[in-house]
Design a protein around this ligand. Structure first.
Ligand SMILES: Cc1cc2nc3c(=O)[nH]c(=O)nc-3n(C[C@H](O)[C@H](O)[C@H](O)COP(=O)(O)OP(=O)(O)OC[C@H]3O[C@@H](n4cnc5c(N)ncnc54)[C@H](O)[C@@H]3O)c2cc1C
Length: 388
């Protein structure tokens, strides 16, 4: 047994993966978690379909992350390795129709977590619940536990406290203030995998879906389903565009192609056939009721001008005003800047202190890419320490 005292803050996927790697190499690992249970956000992710990674071919997979640093880390512990790791825990997986990878139906999210925690127990990882991280210095880390202050010595410290959404899961991002105080640059946390607030005229479509449409912003686009809500729009193609719209000031205009498999000219040809526009939209073009309702938000003149209508069916503009509030979105962009970290994800200003998971400044769409990067960074930090 290696006598180094490894302390990990945060029992989410990133912290637990680092713990497993280090324990496998014979280190004594202590994980400190402020909740009374591990990985609450991991379980929340399981509520809406537990997609743990994606089957996409690696080179296009890593393009989902903008930061090159994270691309390399994901390459080192990739989707195939996640599948193998799950198998080693006794969790079999399957590829869903959209390429997402899920545990097979006989495994509920809580069973996946239990299998993982059982393995950590077998490896003698100790998890200390109800311990809230407050601060650290060169060799000690400070906690609050049941109103009592305590400090623990560390030889290596791993910070894996997550992003800032869904605070009730424990990821309250209070670490931002602590690290900022230590002059560590933090890219401000922002909503990611977020719906957009839109112009009020679309709110009347609340609850209606558009399926298999193409949503685009500039040259970036994604096919899928979206839903109108009381404030705007939600859906995976919308989340995909977050990363690109973020670089511009709101409001920005995104476009919807309501008929991706037909060209504008083909649509116009159909519209020319009869003066009964609504009948062409429904019968010939087979547009859904929601798509037709959306077109009806146009002013009368634009709707009746068939050239304009054909163009708008291919490129319906929706002005979006802002992201949804951080607390309700799936993840956050921003976090510890890569400029503060060395190759091993160790803080340059605090040697022996490492970061992993969503608290680092990267973002990715849903579809398994978030959890993948959390597993990969946890693995990377664990390996960096054990190889050092
Ligand atoms: C609704 C929802 C759906 C999602 N769906 C998917 C999906 O389908 N696919 C996907 O890939 N990802 C999904 N995610 C995202 C994924 O769950 C997160 O990216 C991932 O859990 C982040 O892992 P992490 O280990 O970095 O941090 P977290 O999972 O946030 O864990 C951090 C841990 O640190 C603890 N902590 C924080 N501060 C302190 C402190 N001061 N002291 C002690 N402990 C502290 C927290 O309590 C928490 O347990 C979803 C998220 C949500 C909210």
């Amino acid at each position: 047994m290696n006598e180094d005292q490894i302390i990990i803050i945060g029992a989410g996927p990133a912290g637990l993966m680092a713990a497993q790697q280090l324990a496998l190499k014979g280190f004594k690992v202590h994980v400190y978690e402020q909740n009374k249970a591990a990985a609450r956000k991991f379980l929340v992710a399981g509520n809406g379909g537990f997609n743990l990674t994606h089957s996409e071919e690696l080179e296009s997979f890593v393009q989902k992350y903008e930061a090159e640093e994270i691309q390399n880390i994901v390459r080192s512990f990739d989707n195939q390795k996640v599948i193998q790791w799950l198998e080693d825990l006794g969790i079999t997986t399957y590829i869903g129709s959209s390429g997402k990878i899920f545990p097979t139906k006989n495994f509920k999210p809580i069973q996946v977590l239990k299998a993982w925690l059982d393995e950590l127990e077998r490896l003698r990882v100790t998890i200390h619940y109800d311990h809230t991280f407050l601060d650290f210095d060169d060799n000690k880390v400070y906690f609050k536990n049941n109103d009592q202050d305590l400090s623990v010595k560390y030889s290596k410290l791993i910070l894996a406290m997550g992003g800032g959404s869904w605070k009730k899961t424990g990821s309250d991002a209070k670490w931002v203030e602590t690290l900022t105080h230590k002059k560590i640059q933090i890219t401000p946390l922002q909503s990611a995998n977020s719906g957009y607030n839109s112009d009020v005229k679309f709110h009347q479509l609340q609850g209606q879906y558009l399926k298999n449409i193409k949503v685009s912003f500039q040259e970036n686009h994604k096919i899928g389903d979206i839903v109108f809500t009381k404030y705007g729009i939600e859906g995976s193609p919308i989340y995909y565009l977050n990363r690109f719209t973020r670089k511009h000031d709101f409001p920005v205009t995104i476009n919807i192609d309501l008929k991706p498999n037909l060209s504008e000219a083909e649509i116009l040809d159909q519209l020319k056939e009869t003066s009964k526009i609504s009948s062409v939209l429904k019968r010939n073009l087979k547009l859904s009721t929601t798509a037709i309702n959306l077109l009806k938000t146009l002013d009368k003149e634009s709707y009746l001008d068939i050239k304009n209508l054909a163009k708008t069916i291919k490129k319906f503009p929706i002005e979006v005003l802002s992201f949804r509030p951080i607390d309700e979105v799936i993840s956050t962009a921003g976090g510890v800047a890569f400029s503060e970290l060395n190759f091993n994800l160790e803080l340059k200003k605090f040697p022996d202190v490492y970061c992993a998971g969503e608290m680092i400044d990267w973002e990715a769409p849903t579809g398994g890419y978030l959890l993948q990067a959390c597993f990969s960074t946890g693995f990377w930090v664990g390996n960096s320490i054990s190889n050092s």
